[in-house]
Design a protein around this ligand. Structure first.
Ligand code: XMP
Length: 523
């Protein structure tokens, strides 16, 4: 369970995860209200002995069905604890089943997508939600409740399912078949807000400025006079970790920056000077460009590239760590989603698509103890924390960048020449996004170099050059993504600029696929 000692008495909302892809979104919405919450799987939930600090419980959706003999169940006694409960999708079906209602597979196949919800009875859960007793909601279910449990009332319906929202107002138990956490449910946030603030009566207790001081104090108490090392990648997470630890222990922190030669144009130099001169961190720079180029020579397979880069990082880091005497801790930027993903609701591990590597995921083999000051936070909370630590605003808003860097954006063989070409094209793309104020609207954008040469013509001369692919996506957490809709004019402008200014490229394409079925990176 997440709760560190200091969190034990913190009032909280518990979200029980039944395996929905959207569970993390529920937690983010609760945190956006400034309210502390934790996601637990059923096993962890059953281990809770003392419910004093639990002020509300949300049961997530999930792929299971209560119409089978075996399905994930909540202990019946949670309904006796007088804690408000909200069941979402599977959560609603579970509440109904456990309390004596009846559920069956819907006659029509699945109800998936947008539906119109109609108000049947005034409920505090839906305060300020409906317009003219109607609202658009997002559904994804096959089972439906057809008989309510005793003392429950129907509060809203869609054409396809009568008991889409139900309540036992006296016992403060609510269930909804649709997903208020999904952005497709317009105003879904209002429902979560009503549940958390009006029904659970939670007050704001998760304020990043306050958490910052708590985290620094905890770090001080934990590290005392021991030494800490930290791998600095120049991304938001490791930067925030380094600043926090630096605030806590200053002289005993050593940061290591490894220049792989695979970063964006000039990025390494910029980050290094920022850390060294602006934040006055104790940074050691390791120039490993040649080593990385040599080891990646002629490697085409994406997984091999990732493995080589990952193991080189570990090797360099281990060598450097040995040079600092008596180091006890390694500080790294593990985030809350990493923790949630590493424990699934069912115990099964989702199948691996790509072997992700970042500097944070370093050294399982090393004998250092881990310090993970961001392990309770979502990415946007880390950004807020960075802001309160006065982290440079450009760095704060920086798009995510993969650990293996440009190596996985040069499809096929990597050469120094290709890296230069790509860095120049990417630099034009990113600078234009900033200039036209598009950068902050996009989750992640980059240029990639495809291993395809095509014929072109420039100033009456035939060219035979590489193709540059541009990718820009919107996303909330990188798990799913949609292409960003640029105007044709913008795309033409960028294409012209890249072809005119970057020798080696004579064709530019824009990737319009979403994730799924594609992924954000190409390799
Ligand atoms: P994909 O390509 O899996 O990427 O859709 C999802 C998000 O993860 C980032 N990514 C990585 N981040 N090490 C990282 O630190 C990696 O090896 C890695 N591979 C992908 C990707 O940039 C996107 O934000």
């Amino acid at each position: 369970m997440l709760s560190a000692d200091n969190q034990k008495e913190k009032k909280k909302i518990i979200i029980i995860d039944f395996g929905s892809q959207l569970t993390k979104l529920i937690a983010r919405r609760v945190r956006e209200l400034g309210v502390y919450c934790e996601i637990l799987n059923l096993k962890e939930f059953k281990r809770i002995k003392n419910f004093n600090s639990v002020k509300g419980i949300i049961l997530s959706g999930g792929p299971s069905t209560v119409t089978k003999k075996v399905y994930p169940k909540i202990p019946k006694n949670i309904f006796e604890k007088k804690i408000p409960i909200l069941g979402i999708c599977y959560g609603l079906q579970l509440i109904s089943k456990v309390l004596g209602g009846k559920i069956k597979k819907s006659q029509r196949k699945r109800e998936f997508g947008e539906a119109i919800l109609k108000e049947k009875l005034k409920s505090i859960l839906f305060k300020n939600f409906f317009t003219d007793k109607k609202a658009k909601v997002w559904m994804s279910h096959q089972d439906a409740v057809f008989k309510l449990p005793k003392n429950f009332k129907n509060i809203a319906s869609t054409n396809n399912s009568k008991f889409t929202a139900i309540q036992n107002e006296k016992r403060r138990i609510y269930g909804i078949q649709f997903h208020p956490e999904a952005t497709h449910t317009k105003k879904g946030f209002v429902i979560i807000k009503n549940f958390i603030l009006k029904i659970c009566k939670m007050k704001r207790n998760w304020i990043i400025g306050v958490e910052k001081n708590r985290i620094i104090k905890d770090l001080k108490n934990k590290i005392k006079n021991d030494k800490v090392i930290c791998a600095l990648s120049g991304g938001v997470d490791s930067s925030v970790v380094a600043l926090l630890v630096n605030k806590a222990i200053k002289n005993n922190l050593k940061c290591i920056m490894v220049d792989t030669g695979l970063l964006r144009k000039n990025e390494f130099k910029k980050s290094y000077s920022l850390f060294k001169y602006k934040y006055r961190l104790n940074v050691k720079l390791i120039n490993s460009q040649k080593l990385f180029f040599n080891k990646l020579k002629n490697i085409i397979d994406p997984e091999k590239k990732r493995k080589i880069i990952g193991s080189l990082f570990i090797k360099i880091f281990e060598q450097e760590a040995k040079k600092f005497k008596n180091v006890k801790y390694l500080a790294q930027g593990t985030l809350y989603p990493d923790i949630i993903e590493s424990k699934s609701s069912t115990g099964s591990k989702s199948s691996k698509i790509k072997s992700h590597h970042n500097v944070g995921g370093l050294p399982k083999k090393m004998k250092l103890k881990l310090i993970e000051p961001l392990k309770e936070l979502f990415k946007d909370e880390v950004r807020n924390l960075g802001k309160s630590l006065k982290l440079d605003s450009l760095l704060l808003k920086k798009h995510p960048f993969p650990g293996p860097g440009l190596a996985i954006r040069i499809i096929g063989k990597i050469t120094e020449k290709k890296i230069k070409i790509l860095q120049n094209a990417d630099d034009i793309f990113i600078k234009s996004l900033i200039k036209y104020r598009l950068y902050d609207k996009i989750w992640q954008a980059y240029a990639a170099l495809l291993p395809i040469k095509t014929v072109g013509v420039m100033g009456d001369t035939r060219t035979f050059e590489y193709t540059c692919l541009l990718r820009a996506v919107t996303s909330e957490d990188g798990m799913t993504a949609a292409k960003y809709n640029f105007t044709n004019e913008f795309l033409s402008k960028i294409s012209n600029k890249i072809i005119n200014e970057v020798s080696g490229i004579n064709r530019v394409v824009y990737d319009i696929t979403s994730k799924p079925p594609s992924t954000i990176e190409l390799e």
